[in-house]
Design a protein around this ligand. Structure first.
Ligand SMILES: Cc1cc2nc3c(=O)[nH]c(=O)nc-3n(C[C@H](O)[C@H](O)[C@H](O)COP(=O)(O)OP(=O)(O)OC[C@H]3O[C@@H](n4cnc5c(N)ncnc54)[C@H](O)[C@@H]3O)c2cc1C
Length: 459
């Protein structure tokens, strides 16, 4: 199925947007709004547009949007189109679920499954946003904003010389990440650490004797850890991610002592995969050791509207755990949803910002809450031990033998145009199909043993 490409339009001509943050979300926002004719200025505090880390998986829910924005050729050229995703047991390496990204998949979801280097995707979005007319600044930090009857006054600081300035806009979109300046105006909350830490690494793929012929996304899932591999840049690079539960984090938490800052450090990494198959242990030598990512999310919010003129988006609104590989895609969905609903209202002559922001938040908050909640469950499922692991493996095998689409449709089949969460906000919970799995894997065992088995504890 070919996705229709959005023709540049003028519905938002004259509307001034400021976007705070130039990650994938902010850059996508600048593009989606500029394509509707808006006057967009983006401020990124870092001196350049840069993504830390390596690969990103972009499911068909993200690829359809990239195609809609006219970026199909560019992202396909820069990235890699895996043939399938396969989950394997991390102790035995036995495949337990294979999801083919074949023609039937493409027909079903109307898009491909893409893996791409983060910095490649960001560069493509930044360049496209500039081409569509947006103005993007580096080295400018957004300090705060005041809403007034006709718009918003945004305080910025030029980091090179510390000078400050007030700038006017109709709308401020806060795409400023998990430590957002504006989130605190809705809720006083903190990131929720998961006790899991990620190590990443890229290496040359073609000369790697163990990995020749890799065309897939492979996920080895095992007790308290997992290990992901996939090709990047036409198969020139191998992307690997090794994630494990930090024993020191857990110990501090259970004993009520102070959590050490460097939980998940190299010392822990060295033994974290000792219980997994020797193939995985043999792959860990190419992981970067100088940086590791302590993984956290935040509790879902049911409202993202800060004021009549300010809205949170991307990780600022809904930082997820990474298990459903949808954080960046959600940020792009937010961008497209805002641009779409605003331009539809403007086309009808009904552009009233408080109503548009409420509509966007009403659709997006339950959708993203569902992804955040399901992401936590999906991670738990990957990391179970003992009998739970055996049941999980059999559950995955069964899903593979029948049609697994029914477990993924809610995630990969989404289109903001349908306003499905506005019509039914109660969808914002664990999907029904996965509730069955939760029952089989956690509740049956818990009931059998009288209480939750310790190995199920993932925090
Ligand atoms: C290990 C791991 C694997 C992941 N894998 C995937 C995956 O496969 N697929 C997927 O879709 N997602 C994945 N994600 C999630 C994804 O990376 C994020 O959800 C996404 O990048 C968030 O984008 P964002 O633009 O909202 O926020 P960010 O990327 O955090 O960008 C925020 C930007 O705002 C800037 N900023 C902050 N404050 C200010 C300020 N006051 N003024 C100006 N600028 C400011 C920051 O410098 C930053 O550039 C993964 C995450 C992790 C940790």
């Amino acid at each position: 199925m070919t996705q229709h490409i959005l023709q540049a339009s003028e519905e938002l001509r004259g509307q001034r947007f400021i976007i705070s943050g130039g990650g994938i979300g902010g850059a996508a926002g600048a593009l989606a709004l500029s394509l509707r004719g808006a006057d967009v200025t983006l401020y990124e505090r870092a001196p350049e547009f840069k993504e830390v880390g390596a690969g990103l998986q972009i499911g068909p829910h993200g690829v359809r949007m990239l195609e809609k924005w006219g970026l199909r050729d560019k992202v396909f050229e820069a990235g890699y189109l895996p043939e399938r995703m396969q989950f394997r047991d991390a102790i035995t390496t036995e495949p337990i679920l294979t999801m083919d990204f074949d023609e039937d998949f493409q027909r079903h979801y109307g898009g491909r499954y893409l893996v791409i280097h983060r910095s490649d995707l960001l560069s493509i979005l930044v360049e496209a946003a500039q081409k569509a007319g947006a103005t993007l600044h580096n080295g400018v930090q957004v300090l705060g904003a005041d809403t007034h009857a006709d718009g918003v006054t945004v305080q910025i600081e030029h980091r090179a010389d510390g000078t400050r300035e007030d700038v006017e806009a109709d709308i401020l979109v806060a795409f400023d990440g998990i430590h957002s300046v504006f989130r605190g105006e809705i809720v006083r909350d903190e990131p929720v650490p998961s006790a899991y830490v990620a190590y990443r690494g890229t290496s040359e793929l073609p000369g790697d004797p163990d990995m020749s012929g890799l065309k897939d996304v492979i996920g080895y899932i095992g007790p308290r850890c997992h290990f992901i591999q996939y090709p990047l840049r036409h198969g020139e690079l191998l992307n690997q991610v090794a994630v494990f539960q930090s024993p020191r984090y857990l110990k501090a938490l259970t004993e009520g002592t102070e959590v050490p800052d460097d939980w998940g450090n190299n010392e822990e990494f060295r033994t974290a995969f000792d219980h997994t198959h020797e193939f995985i242990q043999g792959r860990l030598g190419s992981m970067w050791l100088d940086t590791w990512w302590q993984m956290s999310d935040r509790e879902p919010l049911d409202n993202w509207v800060v004021s009549d003129r300010i809205i949170l988006m991307g990780d600022a609104a809904h930082p997820p755990l990474q298990y459903l590989a949808s954080g960046a895609v959600m940020a792009m969905e937010d961008a497209e949803c805002l641009a779409l609903y605003a331009s539809q209202a403007a086309a009808k002559g009904e552009l009233d910002w408080p109503s548009v922001l409420a509509e966007v938040s009403g659709e997006r908050a339950p959708r993203c809450a569902r992804i955040q909640i399901t992401g936590r469950f999906w991670g738990e499922l990957w990391h179970v031990d003992g009998v739970s692991r055996l049941i999980r493996n059999e559950t995955f095998r069964q899903a593979g033998r029948t049609s697994w689409y029914r477990y993924a449709d809610w995630l990969w089949g989404y289109d903001a145009e349908r306003r499905e969460y506005l019509r039914d906000p109660a969808k914002g919970e664990l999907p029904e199909e996965l509730q069955e799995w939760e029952y089989q894997i956690h509740k049956i065992i818990a009931r059998r043993e009288g209480e939750a088995a310790p190995e199920e504890l993932t925090i």
